[in-house]
Ligand binder design. Structure first.
Ligand code: ADP
Ligand code: LRH
Length: 480
């Protein structure tokens, strides 16, 4: 028929969802079949993902989605499951917020200096890059028994189809890929004693990834064959593919648990200045590079909400809008906010340490978080343009944060640029569009984006002036 249906499985750090995209010659409709919480579990050995629970959520979602022409899976980056020689999962995948990588980077850099790592992989330093996780795991019984490593979306794909692969956009977050060749960084792996044979062969967005196994068909009530298609399996790759840009010069911010703020480039920026500014070069669709910085994002607010016993978010945001702007800000790029726990106290401590008023009520803390995020957005958008030599006239915000109007407005104010907010489910839409294209439905990336512009509701925020106040707030942070 003229309209085809694609199931997009999109697993974020805070929730998983199975969405159904219906794509016609000039139409694109997305509906939610199923959404389920993604709750990390702390066991004696550390913080783990409940990957079986997530897989059960995927199966429930596919059942509710009904008959589709293809399935695609994306999730958060860097994490993986290990399989033994029989293909059985060895333990629960370690959560990227687990503390096992503490102090590991220094050991890695003693073998391959940070400068050389950046020049070879273009990846920003983050303690959770797969490279450091593997270094931390070296010598464990589990890694010794492992015959295969599958990144999270590839692991779920394997369970659905029985076929193993390593999708490229997500592979680029391991810090074991060379962004120039878009192939493995053999030299880095060899020097660090990482056996690249652990990884299944690379596949690219749009490649076939098998068909649903008979047992999966039976459990979901679908009739086969149902192909699984590789998409930009890194959620941020899918989200950036779904930035509704219409030929303009744009920066983007993918907002959810994280804020990923930067530019889409044709080639990586591997300069020493770029490394010092901690910008990353992740691989995107069709030869593009996601040049961006990781900012702690709405994680800061999620953790406060958890500490406060889950108050109503809408009411809290309305109160936060009434709190005076920019009384105190924290560095939302600071990795000290990575671990879970005691978030309101940690934010208060940071304000105290930098000699600013300490936010007390939940509304004050919330305002401090949103001002701080907007400030970090401003800094990343500005520095990315400077370091890449590529200007932007508009900032696209996609992801869950588009539902936070205050954050979108503050970001427009801080950046001094118009913000176009939407779509909210960008990762799922990017996932759907890549599947549709693989099945002959759509043209290039620009064509996919034009379809989004024509079909998706977007909200525009104009900057309200006052850039000097944001510069002053930035200076307050730079002092300590
Ligand atoms: P992830 O994919 O990382 O799990 P999402 O893109 O789903 O994250 O975004 C989740 C965030 O979206 C939440 O932390 C919350 O701050 C924000 N959000 C969700 N719903 C609303 C809402 N109704 N109003 C304001 N913000 C919201
Ligand atoms: C966002 C994300 C981000 C990674 C982080 C681990 O969900 O994939 O791009 O840096 O999770």
């Amino acid at each position: 028929s003229a309209v085809q249906s694609y199931a997009a499985v999109d697993l974020g750090a805070s929730s998983g969802r199975v969405m159904v995209g219906r794509v016609g010659p000039d139409s694109l409709e997305l509906t939610e079949a199923h959404r389920f919480p993604n709750r990390p579990v702390r066991v004696p050995e550390g913080l783990r993902w409940d990957v079986l629970g997530l897989y059960a959520g995927v199966l429930d979602g596919l059942r509710r989605a009904g008959q589709v022409d293809s399935v695609g899976i994306d999730s958060w980056a860097v994490d993986y499951g290990l399989l033994d020689a029989d293909g059985a999962l060895l333990g629960n995948p370690v959560h990227y917020r687990d503390g096992r990588t503490e102090g590991i980077a220094e050991k890695v850099w003693a073998t391959v200096p940070a400068e050389e790592l950046y020049a070879a992989t273009g990846l920003q330093y983050a303690p959770f890059n797969t490279l450091y996780q593997l270094a931390a795991a070296q010598g464990t019984a589990q890694l010794a028994r492992a015959e295969r490593l599958l990144l999270i979306p590839d692991l779920l794909t394997y369970w659905l189809t029985g076929e193993q692969g390593t999708e490229l956009t997500n592979a680029s977050t391991t810090q074991l890929v060379d962004p120039r060749t878009r192939d493995w960084a053999h030299g880095v792996a060899r020097r660090l004693g990482i056996d690249l044979a652990l990884f299944a062969p690379l596949r690219r967005p749009g490649d076939p990834a098998g068909v649903l196994r008979p047992e999966v068909l039976e459990e979901t009530g679908l009739s086969g064959p149902v192909p699984v298609t590789a998409v930009g399996s890194h959620d941020t790759a899918s989200a950036v593919a779904a930035v509704p840009a219409d030929g303009e010069r744009f920066a983007y911010i993918c907002t959810g648990t994280w804020s990923l703020a930067g530019l889409e480039l044709d080639a990586p920026v591997l300069s020493e200045e770029s490394r010092a500014a901690n910008f990353t070069n992740e691989l995107g669709l069709d030869g593009t590079v996601r040049y961006l910085r990781n900012i702690m994002g709405l994680w800061l607010l999620q953790e406060c909400l958890r500490a406060w016993g889950g108050p109503d978010l809408g009411a809290l945001l309305r109160e936060a809008a009434e709190v005076p702007a920019l009384r105190s800000v924290v560095d939302a790029g600071d990795a000290s906010f990575l671990a879970p726990g005691r978030m309101p106290e940690r934010i208060a401590d940071a304000c105290r340490a930098s000699g600013q008023p300490v936010p007390v009520s939940p509304a004050e803390v919330t305002r401090c978080i949103l001002d701080s995020l907007a400030l970090a957005h401003r800094r990343a958008v500005e520095e990315a343009q400077r370091l890449a030599g590529q200007p932007a006239d508009v900032v696209h915000i996609v992801g869950g944060g588009t539902r936070n109007a205050l954050l979108c407005q503050l970001t427009a104010d801080a950046c001094g640029l118009p913000v176009v907010a939407g779509p909210t489910e960008a990762a799922a839409l990017g996932n759907v569009l890549v599947q549709a294209r693989a099945h002959g439905r759509l043209g290039d990336l620009a064509g996919m984006r034009r379809l989004l512009v024509r079909t998706q509701p977007l909200t525009r925020y104009e900057p309200r002036g006052g850039t000097r106040r944001w510069q002053a707030a930035q200076a307050r942070l730079a002092r300590d």
